[in-house]
Design a protein around this ligand. Structure first.
Ligand code: HEM
Length: 456
């Protein structure tokens, strides 16, 4: 596309339109909790359909202003919203120069517990830290070196979760699922001995609560120190088949002081939260699409495992319909040229993923469960479907997320018959809601007999 300079600046939204974007697009997402979700607010946003209103607001602006990007009239801050799919791809592909990941709002939030993490670093330090993340998480590889060990963890925890249903409940709700999920996450990231270390999770939750308020909340330095000491203990242990072991290996191999290895770990722990939400939502989607669930389960034993399968596609589809990173932020490091004009340096650039993921003007099944689209080769998807971001800043943990969540779904489906409760919460006959709160989902389950379970 032609991005040559024109003498004029970019179009700017009126004050009224800016207020509408802030109140309908940004405020609901900030209120839901950017770093730690607030379940009550998520429930309210779901009930009042606020996410769908935000999408309609941006669609109206793209109709009026064309391709954008559109500058907003925010006092004391340069901010633009991306409205065109090619522009969204352009921004993501040109990360971190001239579109840096360490945007100011992100820095103020993540600064509470991981100020030296790759995402909020720039220049050489970012490059070194990004590289370390890529090595440990094996960013380019759908089958992590520890994939079998992670699968084993998932199987054991799924067993424990479903076994409890015989004695204490025949329903699965979010708090019960979350406890099991957190055990999986601690074992995968920190090692098996961290399975029941709820203290480390609680410390991070308290730091994330402060981070939700960004610069408006004072830093909790003593808590952060305690949390870091806790992580340092697991780093020294470097338990086999954990991400900590991999981190220990790669960070001691190269003693680059810029690496800040322990500062990368909180991101892994906290970013597993949305993965749990996506898995829970995918389970709901599979309940109301039983034929696809059966096909997915059939595929699961294919050897060698394909890079993409139906369960991974279901998780991706849950993330398309209800992205867990709805706002991707970049900050321009220099003036940039666009077809309609110039964007000044130091502009915060906002990519609202639901606007692209749910655009029925371009995606004919925008509001339907269409996992098939993820089974097609990547090259056929130029539209910005970017639950994990894209370009050089793409989430390096995406393959681990898809591996662990898809293995968990397989383990649950093999152990029981699942039904959404109440069943009318979601339907294959009607468009998918703008938001599906994972915190308010419940499932009825009928456990398969022990004979069936042992063959699983
Ligand atoms: C459903 C779960 C997840 C989703 C949707 C997700 C999505 C994303 C997105 C959109 C970004 C880019 C953010 C930005 O540019 O501002 C990102 C960055 C990142 N994610 Fe994830 N993520 C998930 C889970 C994970 C997990 C489990 C890990 C680690 C085990 C991880 C590691 C990272 C790291 C290290 C970065 C920073 C990359 C950089 O600095 O360039 N993510 N993730």
């Amino acid at each position: 596309m032609d991005r040559r300079s024109t003498p004029d600046g970019l179009p700017t939204a009126t004050l009224r339109e800016t207020i509408a974007i802030i109140s309908q697009v940004m405020a609901p997402n900030v209120a839901k909790g950017v770093i730690l979700r607030r379940p009550n607010v998520v429930g309210m946003v779901e009930r009042f359909g606020l996410d769908a209103k935000g999408i309609r607001q941006l669609q109206a602006l793209s109709k009026k202003y064309g391709r954008g990007p559109l500058m907003l009239k925010v006092p004391g801050k340069k901010m633009a919203v991306v409205l065109d799919p090619a522009d969204a791809n352009h921004v993501l592909e040109h990360t971190p120069e001239p579109f840096a990941t360490d945007e100011a709002l992100k820095r103020s939030a993540l600064g509470h517990f991981e100020p030296d993490m790759a995402l909020v670093s720039h220049g050489e330090a970012r490059q070194t830290r990004r590289q370390l993340n890529e090595r440990v998480l094996q960013s380019g590889c759908p089958h992590h070196l520890f994939a079998d060990a992670f699968t084993q963890v998932v199987e054991e925890e799924a067993d424990a979760l479903v076994a409890r249903t015989n004695t204490r409940f025949d329903e699965l709700d979010w708090p019960t699922f979350q406890r099991a999920w957190e055990r999986i996450v601690r074992r995968v990231v920190l090692g098996d001995s961290a399975r029941d270390d709820r203290t480390v999770t609680r410390e991070l939750v308290r730091l994330r609560k402060a981070a939700n308020w960004g610069f408006m909340h004072p830093k909790r330095k003593r808590l952060q120190q305690r949390f870091e000491q806790h992580l340092a203990f697991y780093y020294q242990q470097a338990e086999p088949h954990s991400l900590m072991a991999m981190l220990f290996h790669h960070s001691t191999e190269e003693t680059d002081s810029d690496q800040a290895p322990l500062q990368q770990v909180p991101q892994w722990l906290f970013a597993f939260d949305p993965a749990g939400m996506a898995a829970f939502r995918a389970l709901a989607l599979l309940c109301v699409h039983p034929e696809f669930a059966a096909r997915a389960l059939d595929d699961v034993n294919d050897t060698p495992p394909p890079d993409m399968d139906c369960l991974k596609a279901s998780v991706l589809e849950a993330l398309r319909l209800w992205p867990t990173t709805p706002l991707i932020l970049r900050q321009s490091t220099q003036p940039t040229q666009w077809t309609p004009g110039e964007m000044p340096a130091h502009t915060s650039v906002l990519i609202h993923t639901p606007y692209f993921h749910r655009d029925e003007r371009y995606l004919h099944a925008a509001h339907r469960f269409t996992p098939e689209m993820w089974l097609r080769p990547d090259g056929e998807r130029r539209w910005p479907l970017v639950p994990f971001s894209g370009g050089p800043g793409i989430c390096p943990g995406r393959h681990i997320v898809l591996l662990v969540t898809s293995r968990l779904l397989a383990a649950l489906l093999r152990r029981a018959r699942w039904e959404l409760h109440p069943p009318g919460k979601l339907s294959s006959e009607t468009p998918m809601p703008g938001l599906l709160s994972p915190f308010h989902l419940r499932f009825r389950l009928e456990r398969f007999s022990s004979d069936d379970a042992t063959t699983a």
